[in-house]
Design a protein around this ligand. Structure first.
Ligand SMILES: Nc1ncnc2c1ncn2[C@@H]1O[C@H](COP(=O)(O)OP(=O)(O)O)[C@@H](O)[C@H]1O
Ligand SMILES: [Mg+2]
Length: 341
């Protein structure tokens, strides 16, 4: 029952960057939902808007970026015994520096970033940073927060947590830093964990360990995870439902089996032909051999379907003219492609 409950609903989200050279329409009408406890995979080539989607939800889009349209509705169970009550907040309406978003960010919605080193402060111990995050959102003493931090480090499989807690980030391996980030992200029991390419900076063995850890924690803690990756092998292993992004739009969405066995959008089909195997290193910038050409320059999104210049199945006179509608072709399966009209 619970799993059918909406947690996050993103509607027609548009986030643009206003540069001297022009406007980058990084998100150009993004729609998707995440249900409570669900693992949603977000895939697409580098530059398609995955991280900007995450940053928009957390309201940390950097200047000169701005959400210019759309809604991000967060449905939270009310903090009371009447658990049938739900509070709804439109995150796009909040002041990005206000108290409301700060009570949500890092607490209801937490982020595990790609490269933990840039998110951790080099001058504070790992423990102090986790303790600070706990004290910020929970009414506990410093001592209780420290105990909780050690507990969280233990939970994420950190070796010798009561010692590691007093280490500085540079004294830890990449895998340990990422475990630390996961411990910090989970310390407030978020309803939604956004993992933005959380294993890209790690070696293959550590990647496998971290993925296993996240899977275990998701089963134990029941939070929803938005798992961003350009690696379809990781998607197959980690997610239930998938959205495929191309140039700031969701071009296909379906449950993970359908995405792999019955993909409809030519872009999804091409992506699948270039699956990096789990454990195989891939550079995010690597070209997808099966897709001709490269992603167009982000200042000028092609007219019609933004994928048409690279699409082997394009219909001249149609795909280069009309924006394809979002077509429902099966239960929970939608695609933006005129071939299915
Ligand atoms: N700080 C920024 N300033 C200008 N453009 C940006 C900035 N961040 C992202 N973009 C642009 O937004 C688009 C989407 O980027 P991003 O979401 O980071 O892609 P990815 O899918 O690789 O995570 C890209 O075209 C990128 O150039
Ligand atoms: Mg990114």
């Amino acid at each position: 029952m619970e799993n059918n409950h909406l947690l996050l609903e993103v509607k027609n989200l548009k986030t643009h960057f206003f540069l001297d050279e022009g406007t980058v329409r990084a998100l150009d009408g993004v729609d998707f939902v995440i249900k409570r406890g669900q693992t949603l995979g977000v895939v697409g080539e580098s530059g398609c808007g995955k991280s900007v989607t995450a940053r928009s939800i957390l309201r940390i889009v950097p200047q000169p970026g701005r959400i210019v349209d759309g809604e991000i509705m967060l449905y939270l169970p009310a903090q009371s015994n009447h658990s049938t009550l739900t509070n709804v907040v439109n995150l796009t309406r909040l002041n990005p520096r206000g108290t409301q978003i700060r009570s949500i960010r890092g607490c209801r919605i937490a982020l595990v970033p790609q490269e933990p080193m840039t998110s951790l402060s080099p001058v504070h111990t790992l423990g102090n940073q986790i303790v600070e995050a706990i004290v910020l959102h929970q009414e506990v003493s410093q001592a209780e927060a420290r105990e909780k931090a050690i507990y969280m480090l233990d939970l994420v499989g950190m070796p010798q947590p009561s010692r590691t807690i007093d280490r500085y980030p540079h004294e830890l391996s990449g895998g340990m830093r990422q475990r630390g980030m996961i411990a910090m992200a989970l310390s407030c029991h978020p309803s939604l964990l956004i993992a933005d390419e959380p294993t890209t900076a790690l070696d293959v063995t550590t990647e496998a360990q971290i993925l296993k850890l996240m899977q275990r924690l998701q089963q134990e803690l029941g939070m929803a995870i938005m798992f961003i990756t350009h690696n379809l092998g990781v998607v197959a292993r980690m997610t239930e439902h998938v959205i495929v992004m191309y140039m700031g739009k969701v071009v296909e969405e379906a449950d993970v089996d359908t995405i792999f066995h019955n993909p409809k959008h030519p872009y999804t089909q091409a992506l699948l032909k270039s699956i990096p195997r789990l454990g195989q290193r891939t550079r995010e910038r690597r070209r997808l051999e099966s897709i001709s050409g490269s992603v167009p320059d982000p200042y000028s999104i092609p007219k019609g379907c933004s994928f048409h210049p690279r699409c082997s199945q394009r219909i001249v006179g149609l795909c280069d003219q009309e924006e394809p509608p979002n077509i429902e072709i099966g239960p929970g399966h939608k695609t933006r492609c005129v071939l299915y009209r």
